[in-house]
Design a protein around this ligand. Structure first.
Ligand code: 2P0
Length: 328
């Protein structure tokens, strides 16, 4: 069968997904809103081949085994059942996401895999169907089907839970400046972390209610290019998400002293008139929602406070691309 290659860009949530109403089908408890990034993406080639007796998965030049390869095979099983085939596949994937930046790669990985695998299996899925399929690999992947600002409507089941674009071509000044802090704490993966928090934090339901109540205000801030409103809501939502982790039982925490230094730096810069806000995911790195015009000032302050820290600037990026063959 013909090989297909897809490129999907990663995304960062401004309104977060943190918990599943249905873990089997990955139906979230909250609607989330994200920005797809230009600089970081995954390229994945899939070819189904009757000569194979099992799926063969190569990530960044290394053959995957064990749990990681099982996760890909399980996802391919969904595609095979949709296409009514049982053929095994050859999957070759390259992540263009700097590991040190700690930016999520499962979003771009499963969006690219959904695109390449579905086409290689002979399916012609709509973007809505691709978003639903990508969601079943990793929730945040549902949003990486589209470029720009994207909303994943939580829905209630497989049919109703998918992402839609809010603004695909972002024509105003907004960027995410990732501050890569060095002191990586013990890793708790997001799947396990969100499940534990949901089961044990007494504040979890309050977080869900607050997040869902922010959906329309955040849509409006994006439509109005209201950077300040958007930044304020995103920072509050991120801090509230992390508060559910520190109030889980037993508690855990992705944020370190270095993360807090950056969060407090953003607050100080705002007092000095620079519009900059922090958002954090399942790790200690802080993404500063900022304007290109302020990059130099933000980086200068960072160098004063944390001389060894590195930064990665990312701007809004495009949606999924799929081509025939092994090159994109
Ligand atoms: C998000 N995160 O909205 C949130 C904020 C991390 C913090 O989506 O279990 O890898 O595969 O659906 O998508 C990371 O979780 O989790 C994530 P699964 P996923 O971006």
């Amino acid at each position: 069968m013909q090989a297909y290659t897809a490129r999907a860009h990663t995304n960062i949530a401004l309104l977060k997904y943190w918990g599943k109403a249905n873990p089997q089908e990955i139906i979230p408890t909250t609607t989330s809103i994200s920005l797809t990034l230009d600089e970081f993406y995954t390229d994945t080639t899939v070819q189904f081949d009757t000569a194979l007796t099992e799926d063969q998965v190569i990530l960044n030049g290394e053959t995957l085994t064990g749990k990681s390869s099982e996760k890909v095979s399980k996802f391919l099983d969904i595609v095979r059942s949709m296409a009514n085939i049982s053929t095994r596949a050859y999957v070759k994937s390259t992540n263009h996401v700097p590991t040190a930046a700690g930016l999520a790669s499962s979003a771009s990985a499963f969006a690219a895999l959904a695109g390449a695998a579905s086409r290689a299996a002979g399916l012609e899925l709509s973007l809505e169907e691709l978003s639903r399929l990508a969601r079943r690999g990793s929730g945040s992947a549902s949003r990486s089907i589209y470029g720009g600002f994207v909303e994943w409507v939580r829905g209630v089941d497989d049919q109703t839970s998918f992402a839609t674009p809010l603004v695909e071509d972002v024509d105003w000044d907004i960027q995410l400046l990732t501050v890569v802090v060095n002191d990586q704490p013990k890793k708790i993966d997001s799947r396990g972390g969100m499940q534990h928090t949901m089961a044990t934090s007494p504040f979890y339901q309050a977080w869900v209610d607050n997040t869902n109540a922010l959906t329309v205000p955040m849509e409006n801030a994006i439509a109005n290019h209201d950077f300040t409103q958007l930044g304020q809501m995103a920072e509050a939502n991120a801090l509230q998400m992390h508060a559910t982790n520190t109030t889980a039982c037993p508690p855990f925490n992705y944020l370190t002293d270095a993360s807090w230094t950056v969060i407090q730096m953003a607050a100080q810069l705002r007092q000095e008139g620079i519009d900059v806000y922090a958002t954090m995911d399942a790790g200690p790195n802080v993404k500063l929602i900022s304007k290109a015009a302020d990059t130099d000032q933000i980086q200068a302050r960072l160098r004063q406070l944390m001389p060894d820290v590195t930064t990665v600037v990312a701007t809004p990026g495009p949606g999924l691309q799929i081509v025939e063959g092994e090159q994109i």
